[in-house]
Design a binder for this molecule. Structure first.
Ligand code: 0RA
Length: 657
């Protein structure tokens, strides 16, 4: 009994740490929205991935359970169970209750972990209703459970051990299994998103060569569990093959190299295609740096140098010729850059840009060294020839484009805005920070939007059918398309290299498309366009998706608009009987008043900010759906299409009649 007392007394200091996490969750996981919720999973998963990176774990299984909890299980060595000499509790308990203790134990082997995730398993425990850890090691199975519960009215203590770690039986296996239920008193939603987790583990499987990561979704007890497994023995080389799946490659096998410089480990896989844009993804300690950073800069300058040197050595470039530009060598390039380093500093709008200056020379040195070695002795290999030929083609087009633009400038055709923006209904306000541009699908919805909007600060650009798909088009061709010229001119900030966000005339660019297949397509084309030619528009947070309602519920003088299938059941139950339900098949069905109240009015509407991940996903979708690889296309559709939506709407309509 006495022993139990001291145990509780000591708990108190532990709890104060975890209370800080519950008080300011944002400081530890960024947000309490869906992104923060999934951060918990990445956190726990990272610990298992670290164990794999050290060579002790070959498989990780993530299970989405029917009670809403999630399990992450690995076959590593198991978290140590010995008693901490100072804290006098098991190492397991330290990991889940001590802030920043993490699973890392200051072990030299774990020197590279951390970064954006790395906040420690204790943060996950603090923000969970309950958490259970099961450890198999030393021939035994150990269990410890934690919970967050109200200790006095209005005061919740987070992540309190229900009892010390206990041996509960024998086990021949080794490994760690963590199950937790995120706390709905902290998070806006505690529903895990299958697609988000699926995408993340696939990415992690690519980044961790040979590691098997499985996902089991058994939340719906009436259906068979969905089981997925990823394991790539080619690592990031397989990642590049996947990116290029539906593209025409200049050479079959991606170029792969790795090395280290100044304690920074660098790994690169790259392969050129016949496309005109590049597709470079970079990672630091397995964390995606979608805004780029010093490592990407180092990589880009290194390949420019190596390929220019080789082109000169091979006689493709004569003495009098100028060097080719980095852009030329990157045309059609798909690449993955993965580096591991200590003391990572993230910068940028979304903290997804590597800031460490030392990463640039390190990546540069490894790339110059390894890439030169790769081509050394091969003379004019086929691979090198194809890369240089492609780059020289790009340079020719660039030069021709420059001349054409000069002529165009002289004849003043591109700059003559008055003829170009004919279809744009601009707004009268000149306070750009306030102005919004709605890009609206279809002429009829565009007409309603023009009538409905507040013309002081809302401009409307209707799109006639589908905009030109920018896939497989050079910038020059995109510029010939009237729809895009109008859009570019309306935004006023230029395009491509010349894009200057300071000149932006609309602070919010809101895409308004129907909630159907065509609408999704239009959204994807526009996002791909922004992603490729005005990326800052997205990274600086200017692009939004409008959310028109899907249903209108009416009863006597009550009217309610419902924006998602998820909310419709609840709304109907509130209306009771004798309601009238109608479904909007498209924006065009709404009259101007309805459009204003539901979709345009800043006080009432819902708009969703587009993230760089959304845009990258749209670009992947476009290349897969428009590409030539039929298998890849089928697989993509079966993995991503949400056919349930339409079914659900139809069944509801039948009910309401
Ligand atoms: C430090 C030391 C040892 C294992 C781990 C950490 C470990 C932590 C986690 C977290 C999730 N899964 C994990 N697997 C292992 C083992 C030290 C030893 O056995 O000598």
């Amino acid at each position: 009994m006495a022993e139990k007392k001291t145990y509780e007394a000591k708990d108190i200091t532990v709890l104060e740490g975890l209370d800080a996490v519950r008080l300011r969750p944002g400081m530890y996981i960024g947000t309490t929205g869906p992104k923060g919720l999934h951060h918990l999973v990445w956190e726990i998963l990272d610990n298992s991935i670290d164990e794999a990176a050290n060579g002790f774990c070959s498989r990780i299984i993530i299970t989405l359970n029917s009670d809403g909890s999630i399990t992450v299980e690995d076959n590593g060595r198991g978290i140590p169970v010995d008693i901490h000499p100072v804290l006098k509790v098991s190492a397991v308990e330290v990991v889940y209750t001590q802030l920043h203790a993490g699973g890392k134990f200051n072990n030299e082997n774990y020197a590279y972990s951390g970064g954006l995730h790395g906040v420690g398993a204790s943060v996950v425990n603090a923000l969970s209703r309950w958490l259970k850890v099961e450890v198999n090691r030393d021939g035994k199975k150990y269990v410890q459970e934690f919970e967050s519960k109200e200790v006095k009215p209005g005061k919740i203590a987070g992540g309190v051990p229900k009892a010390p770690l206990a041996a509960v039986g024998k086990s021949l296996a080794t490994g760690t299994k963590v199950t937790f239920l995120p706390d709905d008193r902290i998070f806006e939603t505690i529903e895990f998103d299958y697609a988000t987790i699926n995408k993340h583990i696939k990415e992690q499987a690519f980044l961790n060569k040979g590691l098997e990561i499985c996902l089991i979704d058994q939340r719906d007890a009436s259906k068979e569990a969905i089981v997925k497994s990823y394991k790539y023995d080619g690592g990031i080389k397989d990642f590049v093959k996947y990116l290029n799946e539906s593209k025409n490659k200049l050479y079959d096998e991606p170029i792969y190299f790795s090395g280290a410089s100044n304690g920074i480990k660098v790994e690169v896989a790259m392969c050129h295609t016949d496309e005109y844009v590049d597709n470079i993804f970079s990672y630091v300690n397995n964390i995606n740096t979608s805004e780029g950073g010093t490592h990407e800069v180092g990589f880009k300058s290194a390949i420019t140098k190596v390929f220019n040197d080789l082109a000169r050595k091979n006689g493709n470039l004569k003495e009098k010729d100028a060097n080719l530009l980095g852009d030329d060598f990157r045309e059609g390039l798909s690449a993955i850059i993965s580096i591991k380093m200590k003391n990572v500093q993230f910068e940028g709008q979304t903290k997804a840009k590597l800031g460490n200056p030392e990463a640039r020379p390190a990546v540069e040195a490894v790339t110059i060294n390894e890439l030169s070695n790769f081509f050394a002795g091969r003379g004019t290999s086929k691979i090198l020839d194809s890369i240089i030929t492609k780059a020289m083609g790009a340079a020719r087009v660039r030069e021709a484009g420059r001349k054409a633009k000069e002529i165009a400038r002289q004849t003043n055709s591109l700059e003559n805005t008055s003829t170009l923006v004919g279809k744009l209904a601009s707004c009268s306000g000149k306070n750009y920070a306030n102005n919004e541009l709605f890009i609206v699908e279809g002429n009829s919805a565009g007409g309603s939007a023009k009538q409905a909007r507040d013309r002081h600060f809302q401009a409307v650009l209707p799109l006639r059918g589908k905009p030109l798909n920018v896939e497989k088009k050079r910038l020059e061709q995109v510029l010939q398309n009237e729809e895009f010229r109008t859009l570019i001119t309306a935004l006023g900030a230029g395009i491509g290299e010349k894009f200057n966000i300071d000149n932006l005339k609309y602070h919010k660019v809101i895409i308004l498309a129907d909630a159907d297949q065509d609408g999704a397509h239009i959204r994807a084309i526009l996002l791909t366009f922004f992603y490729r030619y005005m990326r800052e528009l997205i990274t600086e947070g200017h692009v939004y998706m409008g959310m028109p309602p899907l249903y209108k519920l009416r009863k006597k003088d009550m009217t309610e608009y419902v924006y998602s299938d998820a909310e419709i059941d609840e709304a109907i139950s509130r209306f009771g009987s004798n309601y009238k339900l109608s479904r909007y098949k498209g924006l065009g069905e709404m009259n101007p008043e309805e459009l204003w109240t539901t979709t345009l009015d800043p006080k009432e509407r819902t708009i969703v900010q587009v993230s760089i991940e959304d845009a990258a996903e749209a670009e992947k979708m476009i290349t897969t759906l428009m590409g030539d690889n039929i298998e890849a296309r089928k697989q993509y559709i079966s993995e991503n299409a949400d056919f349930n939506k339409v079914d659900k709407a139809m069944s509801l309509l039948k009910k309401s009649k």
